[in-house]
Design a protein around this ligand. Structure first.
Ligand code: ADP
Length: 476
């Protein structure tokens, strides 16, 4: 919305009854309620959204990044209504929405893929044979999958059939499509994705990578750019593969090609997300490119204003997703009223949020409160800023992922870039949050003592003491 405004475009927000007070409603020039809180009665009602657009003389619809943003039918309906869909073509969305169809489409390009079955499993005995050839552990995956659902790791042949049945029934109930396939399970995987951007004139570029391996329930919680482990050669090769994936489906707009990277830095194509991603700010900060503006320009049929050779990145950016979730309780949502809500500020800090003090985090949607993004000249500087911003962020009334994020920033494995998607399972125990809390109390006590001592000797410098003491403590 901000990007559109900067371009002189007025905006209309749509909202559900649960979001009456949401910030996007206040930022927009006009706002229209499209239904009750459950998303099936509001944010997923494409027909209502299109009606609002028609009534208010809107030219184009930006689908955001949840709900209908990867829905090919909606994109088609928008076009059929004579409006512009700010995103790729319905055909690209449909093709990449099926993991198997996507693999088939990219097969003509030389893109590394995880060993596995090229088609949906029709015959369990044959699938078992393939699994044995690939070698256990393997992963059974839903072709229509998303959000980490319908995925089952199988360690040995004895478990194959039971896990297969579970994966099929989960896929049927979550996506209405029980097609599953097999992939080799990469045991120490890093999730690294490439941002791509294309116009409607056949130009395609990539905007480097985002490292998204810190996940819970196969869902990202910390992302950064650039990755701390890629060499320039591998970055280049992954970028070229990503552009080929986009080319294979005639892509235009902003999109993300996801790869899994093993411990030897071999990379394999996972899937393509045909929309703007939650974690796009880290790419914006290191490249200086406003991705939403680019999406709008592409939708207006303008050619890209840069070529691949013109693109560079500078510095380092890290994003922490601040969720109303309780990490001490299996990261379960903990929604409620934001009794205290104060954002951090200062150099290198960007907070994309939708809430203010006193507002409720609704139970109906993904409980994300904010995206906290820190930028620095290098990774260490970005980490230090992130820790400082986490400490400044004041939220009470709901449990959040802030303290968890602080643990990640200070964990040896994170600091030395030796982590994979198993980070949370391997290193995180809920007691660590309590210990960190106790440490904070200890630091506070030490600061109080140092203040007292300083006051006794240098009464005028006492106000600087706390920050310095804490900084030293944090650097240990
Ligand atoms: P979804 O569409 O449900 O998000 P993805 O294919 O993007 O599914 O995979 C989500 C996550 O699951 C990845 O980020 C990675 O952590 C894990 N994953 C996917 N495929 C594999 C694999 N072959 N081996 C190991 N982990 C995998």
């Amino acid at each position: 919305m901000r990007s559109a405004r900067e371009m002189g475009i007025s905006t209309v927000a749509v909202f559900s009854e649960a979001d009456r007070k949401a910030l996007h409603v206040r930022y927009a020039d006009e706002a229209v309620c499209i239904g009750p809180p459950p998303s099936g009665e509001s944010y997923l009602r494409g027909d209502r959204i299109i009606d609002v657009a028609r009534q208010l003389g809107v030219d184009a619809i930006h689908p955001g990044y949840g709900f209908l943003s990867e829905n090919a039918e909606f994109a088609q309906q928008v076009q059929d209504a004579g409006l512009i869909f700010i995103g790729p073509s319905p055909e690209s969305i449909r093709l990449m929405g099926s993991k198997l169809a996507a693999k088939a489409a990219v097969a003509k390009f030389n893109i590394p893929m995880v060993p596995g079955t090229p088609d949906a499993i029709a015959d369990v005995a044959a699938a078992k044979q393939t699994a044995a050839e690939i070698g256990y552990p393997i992963l059974i995956k839903a072709s229509a999958g998303g959000g980490g659902k319908g995925m089952r790791v199988v360690d040995s042949e004895a478990d194959f059939e039971a896990q297969m049945e579970r994966a099929v029934s989960e896929a049927k109930s979550a996506f209405g499509d029980g097609s599953v396939f097999i992939e080799k399970y990469i045991t120490s995987p890093k999730h690294i994705e490439i941002q791509v951007l294309g116009d409607q004139h056949g130009n395609l570029v990539h905007l480097f990578e985002r490292e998204c391996s810190i996940q819970r329930r196969h869902q990202k919680v910390v992302e950064e750019a650039p990755s701390g482990i890629l060499t320039p050669e591998i970055r280049d090769a992954m970028g070229r593969s990503a552009v080929d994936v986009a080319r294979s489906c005639g892509y235009y707009g902003a999109g993300t090609v996801e790869f899994i990277v093993d411990e030897h830095l071999n990379y394999y194509f996972l899937e393509m997300n045909t929309r703007l991603q939650v974690e796009h700010p880290v790419t914006e900060l290191i490249t200086g490119i406003d991705l939403v503006k680019e999406q709008i320009r592409v939708a207006e049929n303008q050619p890209l204003s840069f070529r691949q050779e013109d693109l560079t990145f500078r510095g380092h950016a890290i994003e922490l997703r601040v969720y109303a979730e309780d990490p001490a309780n299996g990261f379960l949502p903990d929604v409620g009223t934001l009794q205290t809500y104060r954002r951090p500020q200062g150099p290198g800090i960007r907070v994309d949020d939708g809430f203010e003090e006193g507002m409720d985090v609704p139970i109906y949607y993904d409980p994300m409160i904010a995206k906290l993004v820190a930028y620095g000249a290098d990774r260490q500087a970005a980490i230090e800023r992130m820790v400082r911003a986490i400490d400044e962020y004041q939220i009470s009334g709901v449990a959040t992922t802030l303290a968890f994020g602080r643990l990640v920033m200070q964990h040896e494995a994170f600091l030395t870039n030796r982590f994979d998607t198993n980070f949370v399972n391997r290193y995180f125990q809920p007691e660590m949050l309590q210990e960190a809390h106790d440490d904070e109390a200890l630091i506070a006590a030490m600061v109080a003592v140092s203040e007292l001592q300083q006051e006794a000797t240098h009464p005028t410098t006492s106000s600087h003491a706390p920050a310095v003491s804490r900084w030293k403590q944090n650097r240990k």
